[in-house]
Design a protein around this ligand. Structure first.
Ligand SMILES: CC(C)(COP(=O)(O)OP(=O)(O)OC[C@H]1O[C@@H](n2cnc3c(N)ncnc32)[C@H](O)[C@@H]1OP(=O)(O)O)[C@@H](O)C(=O)NCCC(=O)NCCS
Length: 152
């Protein structure tokens, strides 16, 4: 893959959603919106879904809610075979542009304590742990609450 030259990040359209739901299904171990859930995000005026596409194919996506003074990052997913190509990093940069345009001062998220890949990624992206919710996922796994401040 040559992410630097051909990757495009844009708002998702209805036509993208089947492809995005397929990417989610690559990770049955984590909670998913599913097609209906992804569609419902279009009805929420605070919600933004961005797609990373390459050569016309979706490689990953991010969903977040703009709730000034913060952004709630609900999920970021990259197709398995395209991981470690900075696709999630690019999606995150684009979200930061939205944050700045909307005068948001921080980004909040929660992540399953067992999701080591995501926690490493968020650490790399300057998120800090600010709390923990016990047995938040399926009454079993804890959620780690993380926050990133946005420099103005
Ligand atoms: C977490 C996830 C989004 C990362 O996507 P990605 O496109 O592979 O991430 P990037 O290539 O932008 O990674 C940037 C940096 O984050 C860190 N990182 C990313 N994935 C990592 C992993 N599996 N293990 C350790 N560090 C990781 C690394 O420092 C990486 O830089 P490097 O590759 O130069 O070492 C991806 O693994 C994924 O989709 N996981 C399943 C869905 C999920 O759990 N989403 C989060 C909860 S909603």
């Amino acid at each position: 893959m040559n992410a630097l030259f051909t990757m495009n990040i844009r708002r998702a359209f209805t036509e993208d959603l089947e492809g995005l739901a397929k990417i989610e299904k690559e990770y049955p171990e984590y909670p998913a919106w599913g097609l209906m859930g992804l569609k419902a995000e279009f009805e929420n005026k605070h919600s933004v879904t961005l797609v990373a596409e390459e050569d016309g194919g979706a490689r990953g996506f991010i969903n977040f809610w703009i709730l000034p003074p913060s952004i709630q990052l609900n999920g970021i997913v990259v197709s398995r075979e395209y991981r470690r190509n900075k696709i999630a990093s690019e999606l995150m940069s684009k979200m930061l542009e939205y944050a700045k345009k909307n005068s948001c001062l921080g980004i909040d998220l929660e992540v399953n304590i067992k999701n080591e890949a995501a926690i490493s990624f968020y650490n790399k992206m300057d998120f800090k742990k600010v709390g923990q919710r016990l047995k938040f996922y399926n009454g079993k796994d804890d959620a780690i609450l993380m926050k990133r401040q946005i420099k103005r």
